[in-house]
Design a protein around this ligand. Sequence first.
Ligand code: ADP
Ligand code: PAZ
Ligand code: K
Length: 260
Amino acid sequence: MTFLAIDVGNTRLKWSLYDAPRPGATLLAHGAEFLDHIERLAEGSWAALPAPTRMLGCVVAGDAVKRRVQEQMELWDVAPQWVVSSAQEAGLVNGYDHPLRLGSDRWVAMIGARHRMLAQGPARPLIVVMVGTAVTVEAIDAEGRFLGGLILPGHGIMLRALETGTAGLHVPTGEVRLFPTNTSDALTSGGTYAIAGAVERMFQHLAQHTGVEPACMMTGGAGWKMAPSMTRPFELVDNLLFDGLLEIAARRFVGAGTPA
Ligand SMILES: Nc1ncnc2c1ncn2[C@@H]1O[C@H](COP(=O)(O)OP(=O)(O)O)[C@@H](O)[C@H]1O
Ligand SMILES: CC(C)(COP(=O)(O)O)[C@@H](O)C(=O)NCCC(=O)O
Ligand SMILES: [K+]
């Protein structure tokens, strides 16, 4: 009983194959492709995989990209299933004005983070930071209620916006510095501290709202870039999205959780 989890963001498709659709399942294979290279999957890294029995994914890159991914999946006899954010799922309550409009990647990452925290100890308020194409900073209270979150441009978008909006900011990538003294360092540090500052602010909001010091988890392709610049203790998790997809899959594919 193999399970394929797919996360299609605005930059890359990430996939993981497990031996079962349940938390703690054994990872059999994994990979990532830029969206331009999706058409390589069926004849490339997916060609030699054991056929997945179940699949669950989340996609925020639009319907055209979703169709391109599903075409590659025709290699196997497995029904594509995509998570849609809902009012509640897997112990989490969605506080968004319109729960369906919340990015499904955000919802799934929060579910993964909440269960990861519960597996480690007692429930606490939780900040979930996802550093991908965009950056999201979510606040969840100790009862599992998603209170709301921030959306910011990621490193790449911030730099491109400054490059296209000005005449004098076409420079190579710099270093993060406390007091940047050249344009490259000023841009790299500005972007990094914009994100770190947003996380710090959300941390304060949640601490004040709940009266308890929140836990903090960070994930996403560019999470490692942020790690040295954070102001609070946090756990850097490889891919919270896959943790979340395993939680949802275990509930959705009931009876399918026992490894073959
Ligand atoms: N090996 C890598 N390939 C692509 N992007 C990377 C890599 N390492 C870090 N990044 C950074 O991560 C961001 C993309 O992260 P990712 O989690 O793939 O985003 P998304 O989920 O939005 O597709 C890019 O903006 C890039 O700056
Ligand atoms: C905020 C996002 C663009 C993040 O995308 P990503 O960086 O993971 O590619 C995505 O979650 C999205 O399109 N959300 C829909 C709007 C919302 O969550 O309010
Ligand atoms: K993402």
